[in-house]
Write a protein that binds this ligand. Sequence first.
Ligand code: ZN
Length: 230
Amino acid sequence: MDRGPPPSFNTDPVEAGTDVVSTVETEPVYNYKGWIDSKPSGMQCSKHGAYCFLCDNIVLDDGAGAAEGGGEEDEANSIREDVVAINNYITIMVEQDKSAQHIVEGVYNYYNKRVREKIVDYVHPVTGEIVPTPRWTQETIVNHIMFSNNPTWSRMFGSACTMMLRGLVLKANHATIDTESGRIIPDAAESLCKFIERHDKHVKEQLLIAELIEKSRTRRGVGHIGKSSR
Ligand SMILES: [Zn+2]
Protein backbone atom coordinates (compact mmCIF):
# COMPACT_ATOMS: atom_id res chain seq x y z
CA MET A 1 0.00 0.00 0.00
CA ASP A 2 1.32 3.45 -0.92
CA ARG A 3 1.60 5.37 2.31
CA GLY A 4 2.72 8.54 0.55
CA PRO A 5 5.68 10.67 1.59
CA PRO A 6 6.87 10.44 5.18
CA PRO A 7 5.62 13.22 7.45
CA SER A 8 7.96 16.16 7.74
CA PHE A 9 9.02 17.52 11.07
CA ASN A 10 10.22 21.01 11.83
CA THR A 11 13.74 20.44 13.06
CA ASP A 12 14.81 24.10 13.06
CA PRO A 13 16.72 24.85 16.24
CA VAL A 14 15.08 27.40 18.52
CA GLU A 15 16.59 30.76 17.71
CA ALA A 16 18.88 32.23 20.30
CA GLY A 17 16.95 34.54 22.58
CA THR A 18 13.55 32.92 21.93
CA ASP A 19 11.56 32.46 25.10
CA VAL A 20 10.99 28.70 24.94
CA VAL A 21 8.45 28.74 27.77
CA SER A 22 6.23 31.19 25.90
CA THR A 23 5.95 28.78 22.94
CA VAL A 24 4.28 26.13 25.11
CA GLU A 25 0.57 26.48 25.70
CA THR A 26 -0.15 25.75 29.33
CA GLU A 27 -3.13 25.47 31.63
CA PRO A 28 -3.40 25.67 35.40
CA VAL A 29 -3.36 22.51 37.51
CA TYR A 30 -6.37 23.84 39.39
CA ASN A 31 -8.67 26.20 37.54
CA TYR A 32 -10.46 28.17 40.25
CA LYS A 33 -12.47 29.92 37.50
CA GLY A 34 -13.75 26.65 36.03
CA TRP A 35 -17.36 27.87 35.95
CA ILE A 36 -16.54 30.61 33.44
CA ASP A 37 -15.12 28.44 30.69
CA SER A 38 -17.18 26.13 28.51
CA LYS A 39 -14.08 24.09 27.61
CA PRO A 40 -12.97 21.20 29.81
CA SER A 41 -10.40 22.67 32.16
CA GLY A 42 -9.20 21.79 35.60
CA MET A 43 -9.92 18.61 37.51
CA GLN A 44 -12.44 19.81 40.08
CA CYS A 45 -16.13 18.88 39.93
CA SER A 46 -17.20 22.33 38.68
CA LYS A 47 -15.20 22.01 35.46
CA HIS A 48 -16.92 22.79 32.19
CA GLY A 49 -20.42 22.84 33.60
CA ALA A 50 -20.45 19.25 34.84
CA TYR A 51 -23.51 18.67 37.03
CA CYS A 52 -22.69 18.15 40.71
CA PHE A 53 -25.63 17.55 43.07
CA LEU A 54 -23.69 18.66 46.17
CA CYS A 55 -22.39 21.86 44.55
CA ASP A 56 -25.85 22.67 43.22
CA ASN A 57 -27.65 22.16 46.53
CA ILE A 58 -25.89 23.73 49.49
CA VAL A 59 -27.15 23.07 53.01
CA LEU A 60 -25.70 25.27 55.72
CA ASP A 61 -24.28 23.81 58.94
CA ASP A 62 -27.15 25.21 61.02
CA GLY A 63 -29.58 23.31 58.79
CA ALA A 64 -30.89 26.48 57.17
CA GLY A 65 -32.07 25.64 53.73
CA ALA A 66 -30.33 27.02 50.77
CA ALA A 67 -31.38 23.95 48.82
CA GLU A 68 -32.42 24.95 45.35
CA GLY A 69 -34.08 21.74 44.33
CA GLY A 70 -37.58 23.00 43.75
CA GLY A 71 -40.13 25.68 44.41
CA GLU A 72 -42.29 23.61 46.75
CA GLU A 73 -41.23 23.57 50.39
CA ASP A 74 -41.71 19.79 50.77
CA GLU A 75 -39.57 19.13 47.75
CA ALA A 76 -36.85 21.50 48.98
CA ASN A 77 -36.91 19.80 52.40
CA SER A 78 -36.63 16.39 50.78
CA ILE A 79 -33.60 17.49 48.76
CA ARG A 80 -32.08 19.08 51.84
CA GLU A 81 -32.38 15.72 53.63
CA ASP A 82 -30.71 14.00 50.69
CA VAL A 83 -27.79 16.45 50.79
CA VAL A 84 -27.32 15.84 54.53
CA ALA A 85 -27.66 12.05 54.07
CA ILE A 86 -25.04 11.99 51.28
CA ASN A 87 -22.65 14.25 53.22
CA ASN A 88 -22.96 12.07 56.33
CA TYR A 89 -22.57 8.88 54.29
CA ILE A 90 -19.32 10.15 52.73
CA THR A 91 -17.98 11.27 56.14
CA ILE A 92 -18.72 7.90 57.78
CA MET A 93 -17.26 5.91 54.87
CA VAL A 94 -14.09 8.03 54.78
CA GLU A 95 -13.69 7.62 58.55
CA GLN A 96 -13.91 3.86 58.05
CA ASP A 97 -11.16 4.14 55.39
CA LYS A 98 -13.35 2.67 52.65
CA SER A 99 -11.87 2.89 49.16
CA ALA A 100 -12.72 5.83 46.89
CA GLN A 101 -14.42 3.45 44.47
CA HIS A 102 -16.66 2.02 47.20
CA ILE A 103 -17.66 5.48 48.44
CA VAL A 104 -18.30 6.90 44.98
CA GLU A 105 -20.43 3.92 43.90
CA GLY A 106 -22.53 4.30 47.07
CA VAL A 107 -23.15 7.99 46.41
CA TYR A 108 -23.81 7.36 42.70
CA ASN A 109 -26.40 4.67 43.47
CA TYR A 110 -28.11 6.71 46.20
CA TYR A 111 -28.44 9.70 43.85
CA ASN A 112 -29.81 7.59 40.98
CA LYS A 113 -32.29 5.63 43.10
CA ARG A 114 -33.53 8.29 45.50
CA VAL A 115 -32.70 11.78 44.23
CA ARG A 116 -32.32 12.06 40.47
CA GLU A 117 -36.03 12.06 39.58
CA LYS A 118 -36.65 14.96 41.99
CA ILE A 119 -34.26 17.27 40.06
CA VAL A 120 -36.58 18.59 37.38
CA ASP A 121 -35.40 22.12 36.66
CA TYR A 122 -31.60 22.13 36.65
CA VAL A 123 -30.35 24.97 34.44
CA HIS A 124 -27.08 24.21 32.65
CA PRO A 125 -24.65 27.00 33.62
CA VAL A 126 -23.03 27.23 30.17
CA THR A 127 -25.87 26.61 27.70
CA GLY A 128 -28.76 27.93 29.85
CA GLU A 129 -30.78 24.83 28.90
CA ILE A 130 -33.13 23.21 31.41
CA VAL A 131 -31.88 19.67 32.00
CA PRO A 132 -34.37 17.46 33.85
CA THR A 133 -32.98 14.57 35.97
CA PRO A 134 -29.33 15.44 35.24
CA ARG A 135 -26.70 12.72 35.39
CA TRP A 136 -24.22 13.04 38.29
CA THR A 137 -21.27 11.03 37.03
CA GLN A 138 -18.87 8.98 39.12
CA GLU A 139 -16.04 11.16 37.84
CA THR A 140 -17.76 14.32 39.07
CA ILE A 141 -18.53 12.70 42.44
CA VAL A 142 -14.95 11.56 42.99
CA ASN A 143 -13.61 14.97 41.97
CA HIS A 144 -16.02 16.70 44.37
CA ILE A 145 -14.67 14.64 47.28
CA MET A 146 -11.02 14.72 46.19
CA PHE A 147 -11.01 18.51 45.89
CA SER A 148 -13.03 19.12 49.06
CA ASN A 149 -11.48 21.18 51.85
CA ASN A 150 -13.45 19.24 54.45
CA PRO A 151 -10.62 17.88 56.66
CA THR A 152 -12.28 14.49 57.10
CA TRP A 153 -12.95 14.05 53.39
CA SER A 154 -9.34 14.99 52.63
CA ARG A 155 -8.43 11.61 54.11
CA MET A 156 -9.77 9.98 50.94
CA PHE A 157 -7.15 11.86 48.93
CA GLY A 158 -4.55 10.91 51.55
CA SER A 159 -5.50 7.23 51.22
CA ALA A 160 -5.21 7.45 47.43
CA CYS A 161 -1.71 8.95 47.80
CA THR A 162 -0.77 6.09 50.18
CA MET A 163 -1.77 3.58 47.50
CA MET A 164 0.19 5.47 44.82
CA LEU A 165 3.30 5.36 47.00
CA ARG A 166 2.77 1.66 47.73
CA GLY A 167 2.54 1.06 43.98
CA LEU A 168 5.88 2.85 43.50
CA VAL A 169 7.52 0.81 46.27
CA LEU A 170 6.31 -2.48 44.80
CA LYS A 171 7.32 -1.52 41.25
CA ALA A 172 10.76 -0.41 42.43
CA ASN A 173 11.11 -3.67 44.37
CA HIS A 174 10.71 -5.62 41.15
CA ALA A 175 13.35 -3.57 39.34
CA THR A 176 16.16 -3.78 41.89
CA ILE A 177 18.01 -7.04 41.13
CA ASP A 178 19.72 -7.81 37.82
CA THR A 179 18.22 -11.18 36.90
CA GLU A 180 21.29 -12.32 34.98
CA SER A 181 24.03 -11.49 37.48
CA GLY A 182 21.89 -11.54 40.62
CA ARG A 183 23.48 -8.24 41.67
CA ILE A 184 21.77 -5.20 43.10
CA ILE A 185 21.31 -2.28 40.67
CA PRO A 186 22.47 0.62 42.87
CA ASP A 187 20.26 3.37 41.33
CA ALA A 188 17.19 1.15 41.50
CA ALA A 189 17.95 0.20 45.11
CA GLU A 190 18.33 3.91 45.93
CA SER A 191 14.91 4.62 44.35
CA LEU A 192 13.33 1.77 46.32
CA CYS A 193 14.71 3.13 49.62
CA LYS A 194 13.49 6.66 48.75
CA PHE A 195 9.98 5.42 47.92
CA ILE A 196 9.83 3.45 51.19
CA GLU A 197 10.91 6.55 53.14
CA ARG A 198 8.32 8.71 51.36
CA HIS A 199 5.61 6.13 52.00
CA ASP A 200 6.44 5.87 55.71
CA LYS A 201 6.61 9.66 56.09
CA HIS A 202 3.26 10.07 54.34
CA VAL A 203 1.58 7.39 56.49
CA LYS A 204 2.89 9.03 59.70
CA GLU A 205 1.59 12.41 58.54
CA GLN A 206 -1.81 10.93 57.75
CA LEU A 207 -2.02 9.45 61.25
CA LEU A 208 -1.07 12.81 62.73
CA ILE A 209 -3.76 14.58 60.70
CA ALA A 210 -6.36 11.98 61.78
CA GLU A 211 -5.41 12.55 65.44
CA LEU A 212 -5.68 16.34 65.04
CA ILE A 213 -9.14 15.98 63.46
CA GLU A 214 -10.25 13.71 66.30
CA LYS A 215 -8.94 16.15 68.94
CA SER A 216 -10.67 19.07 67.22
CA ARG A 217 -13.93 17.11 67.10
CA THR A 218 -13.70 16.12 70.77
CA ARG A 219 -13.01 19.73 71.77
CA ARG A 220 -16.05 20.92 69.85
CA GLY A 221 -18.19 18.01 71.08
CA VAL A 222 -19.50 17.05 67.64
CA GLY A 223 -20.13 13.65 66.14
CA HIS A 224 -19.01 14.38 62.61
CA ILE A 225 -17.13 17.26 61.10
CA GLY A 226 -18.66 19.18 58.27
CA LYS A 227 -22.22 18.64 57.30
CA SER A 228 -21.49 20.90 54.37
CA SER A 229 -19.12 19.54 51.81
CA ARG A 230 -16.75 22.44 51.17
ZN1 ZN B 1 -19.20 19.42 43.44
